[in-house]
Every structure is written in structure tokens, then in C-alpha cells.
Design a protein. Structure first.
Length: 160
């Protein structure tokens, strides 16, 4: 049996990383959060959000909505690496479990594809609160995305 770490994730678009980076630049909400795409690989993605008071809840921890958004987008872009060049994607569902407060100087989300089908992709994402060199798992999520074949990844394509 092949473990998740040993799986080869298919990337039908040879420029999957460029496609992900260009799409991420158009994510206005991620820009609002100050998010940075820090790594992308076959079936993987990493995004970092630095701490700002505006992203906190009443105790000064990162707000759960910020953590959930990071999980959704990190997993989504990990899944997007498995899509053909002429496709985009939409989240079908995700489930998130908060396991510790989001307390630190940044959040880091790491997504990894569990199974990539032609239309449905299942991805896991772990969100870490970073304090110096210490990373504490604060949330874990499981997501399903739908690949929309023949639909370019742009706003104008969705208005047609």
C-alpha cells in the first residue's frame, strides 16, 4: 500500500505553479488579509498570514474566520495544482477543527492533496500558529473541490 508521502500527484498543467501564483494574485480577500503564497508543489501549497490586530478576536488570537479562510484557500490551491490548464475550481465543502488558539506572529497553512480525481479532489490542510521558530497546530481541515473543466480561472469567465 502506498502512503500519502509516497504518492505521485498528477499535474496535467506543466505550468501549474505559475497558474496558482497568477490566480492567487487575483484573490482580493487574501490580499486584504496580507497573505503571501510561500510555496507551491505538485499537490501542495503553503500560505502565510502575518499577525495584525485587525485579524484578531476579542482575546487577541487570530479570528476563526481568518483561520478558516486560510484553510480553504491553502487546500484549494493545493488541489488546483492537479487541474488542467483550461480549468478552474470551486470548493464543494470543507470541515475544520480548531485544536488550539491561533496565537503567534503569523499563521501558516499547508495543504496537501489526498486524492485527485478528474472532477473531484480531496485535500487536507493544517494551519499552524507561528511564534518564533515554534509552530503549533491550531486547526486541521478536510476539503473537497470540484474541477470545472473548460472554464478559465478568471472573473470574466464566471460572468458569461
Amino acid at each position: 500500500m502506498t502512503s500519502l508521502a509516497e504518492q505521485t500527484i498528477p499535474t496535467p498543467d506543466p505550468d501549474y505553479a505559475g497558474k496558482v501564483r497568477e490566480s492567487f494574485k487575483r484573490q482580493a480577500f487574501m490580499g486584504h488579509l496580507g497573505a503571501e503564497l510561500t510555496a507551491v508543489g505538485p499537490g501542495t501549497c503553503e500560505i502565510r498570514i502575518p499577525y495584525r490586530e485587525a485579524l484578531t478576536q476579542q482575546h487577541g488570537f487570530f479570528h476563526g474566520g481568518c483561520i478558516g479562510a486560510l484553510a480553504d484557500v491553502t487546500a484549494g490551491y493545493a488541489g488546483y495544482t492537479t487541474a488542467p490548464a483550461d480549468a478552474t475550481l470551486l470548493t464543494v465543502e470543507y470541515k475544520i477543527s480548531m485544536v488550539a488558539p491561533g496565537k503567534g506572529e503569523a499563521l501558516v497553512g499547508r495543504g496537501r492533496v489526498i486524492r485527485a480525481g478528474r472532477t473531484i479532489v480531496t485535500i487536507a490542510a493544517d494551519i499552524f500558529a507561528v511564534d518564533g521558530v515554534v509552530e503549533t497546530l491550531c486547526a486541521t481541515a478536510l476539503q473537497t473541490i470540484m474541477i470545472r473543466h473548460g472554464r478559465p480561472d478568471s472573473r470574466s469567465a464566471d460572468r458569461a
